[in-house]
Design a protein around this ligand. Sequence first.
Ligand SMILES: CC(C)(COP(=O)(O)OP(=O)(O)OC[C@H]1O[C@@H](n2cnc3c(N)ncnc32)[C@H](O)[C@@H]1O)[C@@H](O)C(=O)NCCC(=O)NCCS
Ligand SMILES: Nc1ncnc2c1ncn2[C@@H]1O[C@H](COP(=O)(O)OP(=O)(O)OP(=O)(O)O)[C@@H](O)[C@H]1O
Length: 202
Amino acid sequence: MPLIALTGGIASGKSTIAARLAEHGAVVIDADRIVRDVQAPGSPVLARLATEFGAEMIQPDGALDRARLGARVFGDAEALGRLNAIVHPAVKQESQRRFAAALAADPAAVVVYDVPLLVEARVDDPWDLIVVADAPAAVREERLVHDRGLDRAEAQKRIASQVPDDRRREIADVLIDTDGSLEDTLRQTDALWARLRTAASA
Ligand SMILES: CC(C)(COP(=O)(O)OP(=O)(O)OC[C@H]1O[C@@H](n2cnc3c(N)ncnc32)[C@H](O)[C@@H]1O)[C@@H](O)C(=O)NCCC(=O)NCCS
Ligand SMILES: Nc1ncnc2c1ncn2[C@@H]1O[C@H](COP(=O)(O)OP(=O)(O)OP(=O)(O)O)[C@@H](O)[C@H]1O
């Protein structure tokens, strides 16, 4: 089972690449999805977040107030570090459980882990291949403002909460340039899939 890490800064196009790989047959495991699952109402992670950041971080329906916690941590490195220390171990454990489940279901599966914070949190794991979606920070900032409706200061804080682009490029086995058209990104993704298929049958 090849285990592939797909990383990139916020709004670099990871989801676009992951969706295309899934169409080809890859099993995609999404770290942002796991984050939400381990923070579900009633979870131990959510209880620790309330202790650390205040009960007002929990909404009346029991769910995490994501906008409120985001406003608290992005732009405050110390608070972000405390958030990461609570959430990341649970995400690591759950992701490894999902990799094992994918392997058990199909030993030949190509498993792709869509993970924004690879350099920051998981670079030393035993990946067979590291794929990096790469678009300049200025382009990603525009996408956050125009496509996702973040205000500019918020977008800049999120980008600044992650390592700079060159740190991701340094660890890339495959770099997908996501600064062009969507068709360009899909073409590069198809080429990656062809490479994975060839490696699997060799
Ligand atoms: C702070 C929270 C509640 C904000 O939630 P929100 O719904 O606004 O954002 P969402 O979770 O969808 O994340 C969107 C993007 O923000 C970036 N981001 C999220 N968390 C972080 C972080 N701790 N450091 C840097 N960038 C981050 C990623 O690029 C991610 O894809 C949430 O992001 C969170 O709990 N983050 C901590 C867990 C984490 O590190 N997640 C990143 C992947 S493991
Ligand atoms: N060449 C391109 N490749 C990929 N995405 C592009 C491209 N041009 C524009 N986009 C747009 O950029 C946005 C990238 O968002 P996407 O959700 O794929 O990024 P992401 O890396 O998964 O973000 P996040 O870290 O927030 O999960 C999408 O709205 C997509 O349509």
